[in-house]
Design a protein around this ligand. Sequence first.
Ligand code: WT7
Length: 679
Amino acid sequence: MRTSMSSSESLREALNFDEHLILENNWKGRFVGISDYQFFHRQSLENFEQFWAGVAEEIEWFKKFEKVVIPGEHPNVYKWFAGGRLNLSYLCLDRHVKSWRKNKLALIWEGEPVKEDGEPLEIRKFTYFELWRYVNRVAYVMKEKLHLKRGDRVAFYMPMIPELMILMLAAARLGVIFSQVFSGFSAEALASRISDIGARYIFTTDGYYRRGKIVRTKEIADKAVEECPTVEKIILIRRVGSTETPIDEAKHAYLEELLKDVNPNAYVQPEEMESTDILYVLYTSGTTGKPKGIIHDTGGYAVLLNATMKWVFDIRDEDIFWCTADIGWVTGHSYIVFGPLMVGTTVVMYEGAPDFPAPDRWWSIIERYGVTIFYTSPTAVRAFMRLGTEHVTKHDLSTLRLIHSVGEPINPAAWRWLFELIGGGRCPVGSTWWMTETGGILISHAPGLKLVPLKAGTNGPPLPGIEADVVDENGVSVPNGVKGYLIIKRPWPGMPGPPTGMYGDPERYNSVYFSRFGYFFTGDYAIRDNDGYIWVLGRSDEVLKVAGHRIGTYELESTLVSHPYVAEAAVCGVPDDVKGEVPIAYVVLKADVPKTSRVQEELRKWVRERIGAIAEPKSIFVVSRLPKTRSGKIMRRIMRALATGKPIGDITTLEDEAAVEEVKMAYEALLKEIGGKLE
Ligand code: WT7
């Protein structure tokens, strides 16, 4: 399980990051050097509270905080900036409206459809003032017409249109807790999240455009609410102009209609939120159980985002900032909406598929708006790499000055492609490490601090005020160059918030993240090199990362088992050239089901409809029994080895309970069974 590396040199070699890839030389004069950073970082930890208090003072508080960080009511839940009061909608809008930024562009949005000449059909631009006015009117509707008040919950099932950002800011203005559910998720996935949070309303669209087709969100939401008694109404935002099923006045209302008689100058006073109040809940998958509702607070979250926009993105007023994520994931919450708007930048948001109608869509967007900072994912890069360089080189990308990726480890080829082709060899290319639970970036190069030489492929050192470590099974620090588990040793602003970390489930919050090491366990394998840089290698648990998104094996397995044909199911991830990893499934069918190939088709469709296309297994193998240990643990390593056509390898290091003989037998039995069926 452990890989021993003597130094970062051999590590780079092992990961195939060769040559002159420490970019110090390209950036002469910009950096102060690693030892200076280490000193600075040490200082931030030695004066932990003082350090974070200083960072927190960079944002505007209605009432200053009394304490930097104190324990909350439940173990491992902390109250950051307790006693402080603030409002995210105010910080993202009102503050700028009162400044010279009033007429600065806050948002440039591009819809997916194009005209005959291939140019975008719709571009909507909002200045800070315009955005502020729209948010106030929507907040007015929420408050006066829907009677939403502080602490109430709503769900957003919204595609990438400006109204999603506006709804988030309007909810934040009122202290209404929102949960955005990725618009690619199914009715069942939506329903389980709505009922967990007890949402009073769902906000969705009549539909949206994806790869030239219309996705019917209204119909999916209708289906979801059938199981959700807390939902009073579905509020629809018009996007495609029609619905397939009728509007029922008792169940639906159009936001447009609700806004009709609202004074265009409506102003809604932002609530003075406690720093420790919940801003939003975002669901993410784990290895076991249903998706977990991660709570993000108001003050700590705001402070981390404000700081990372400066440290990691080196944000400046003239920047045009484009994060390509979907707001359905945490990346979009933090680095399309709250982070960029807090620091008053101009955000680019794109509705549709990256390669629609042509493979140069993204690069035309960078050119059209003069994007300067580009934040994307290795999966997207790998997909583009297959399409050829000509789609990139026909566009002028010379405005770019900084590039970061996120979601999974970046492979050398993808890094080089970003660095050379997209960044023209001028731009630092980083790989920011964080997770839904961390709220914002914790480990990264920090061009904005001018302190961190860029080392290709690594995530960089922990940011100031962040204490991360790599430990062995017993929680003991491993030497530099040795693979271990990544943990975060101290609380940080932006961590899962009060009251319970995980919505409604403080016990699970503790058992998932803290029971193993006593510190926050990320679930990742990592190596710390001699410079203190962290190289995250991937998940150490059975969480799949499909195109950078987390898919729980449990979620998939229980969905498969819920099909009338399936007796047992086991899912694991196998490498994929583009998506990094994709799920495959082994299923045992019930006795009376004929073993036809249509079973596979049917099950794929079943998963698509119940979780979403993102979770659809690449292959489904029908077997007579699953490879399990005597204690019932599924031997996923065998499943992976078989599906990838690889030998099972060194089984002496195999998961604890599995005896060598047992593993061999299970492998051979399975091999025999699916031998001819490998794709
Ligand atoms: C997991 C968190 C945070 C936004 C997107 C994903 C992996 C994330 C990196 C990176 C290597 C990374 C980790 C982490 N991950 N960024 N730069 N290098 N791995 O959020 O769905 O909560 O997933 O993504 O495995 O634990 P998420």
